[in-house]
Design a protein around this ligand. Structure first.
Ligand code: ZN
Ligand code: MN
Length: 267
């Protein structure tokens, strides 16, 4: 039997064996293809949601499904805006249907515990809707209804960590786009994909508390980043990843009724 925490690396027989009984949670990372300034690649949200999923799966005997690569449209106040070339997004209805379809697919496999682990701010409500519709479909069909958890990884960074990592003040997760959080995690996990020399140190973007369409492009900072990344380090990335894993594992364990996490190396 082939073993990997990543579903797509398993052969179908090993996968079936891994999910037999339906107890092991399947974690679906959800990202986006979105500009993240001059210093980060377009797939930051995919890489980070997948990496966090892998970390957590290692502790809860989870299986990480292939990520949803594209996300909902980048918003000017949280991702710079969808008018920027490079950013490549799905219509809301499409993302809803992808989430809905995947719940049906994993339910068909017999998976009873599913997690959408989000890495792109704008995705959340569309995933929620897709899950809700899928559960309604299954309930009406009299089929087994899985327990599905939705979460965005930054919501698991606790206050003391925020205070330690943002001594100048925390700008808020919405404008943490290409800033300290994502850049530090990338420096820790995928350093060869980060070009710190190109990072913009523009101050945090000041945007009005509303949207106007069509988008007024000049309101997005030229870098495309909404907060500066200059203070990012690989060490902060490690601290952030540890904080997220430490908080997320007990949440999954409790909500999905999992056995207490296995010690590292025993999965
Ligand atoms: Zn991002
Ligand atoms: Mn994003």
């Amino acid at each position: 039997m082939r073993t990997s925490v990543y579903m797509e690396e398993l052969d179908a027989f090993s996968y079936r064996e891994a999910i037999a009984g339906g107890h092991r949670p399947v974690i679906i990372p959800v990202g986006s293809i979105e500009q993240h300034g001059p210093h980060l690649p377009l797939n930051v949200d995919v890489l980070l949601s997948r990496a966090v999923s892998g970390e957590v799966a290692g502790q809860v005997r989870g299986i990480v499904a292939p990520p949803i690569t594209y996300g909902y449209k980048s918003q000017q106040r949280s991702g710079g805006g969808n008018h920027l070339a490079g950013t490549t997004s799905l219509d809301g209805g499409t993302l809803i249907e992808i989430a809905r379809t995947l719940v049906h697919e994993f339910a068909r496999h017999g998976v009873s515990r599913l997690v959408f682990l989000n890495g792109h701010f704008e995705n959340y409500q569309f995933l929620y809707e897709g899950v809700d519709l899928a559960l309604r479909d299954l309930e009406r069909a009299g089929a087994a209804v899985p327990t599905v958890m939705l979460l965005s990884y930054w919501d698991f960074v606790d206050e003391p960590t925020i205070e330690a990592l943002y001594p100048e003040g925390f700008p808020g997760w919405d404008v943490e786009h290409g800033g300290v959080l994502e850049t530090s995690l990338m420096l820790h996990l995928h350093p060869h994909l980060v070009d710190m020399a190109a990072a913009s140190d523009d101050p945090p973007a000041v945007l009005p508390p509303y949207d106007v369409l069509p988008v007024k492009a000049d309101r997005t900072p030229p870098s495309g980043c909404l907060s500066p990344a200059g203070a990012a380090t690989a060490e902060k990335g490690r601290i952030l990843l540890d904080a997220v894993r430490e908080a997320m594992v007990p949440a999954l364990t409790a909500e999905l009724g999992l056995a207490v996490p296995a010690p590292a190396g025993t999965r």
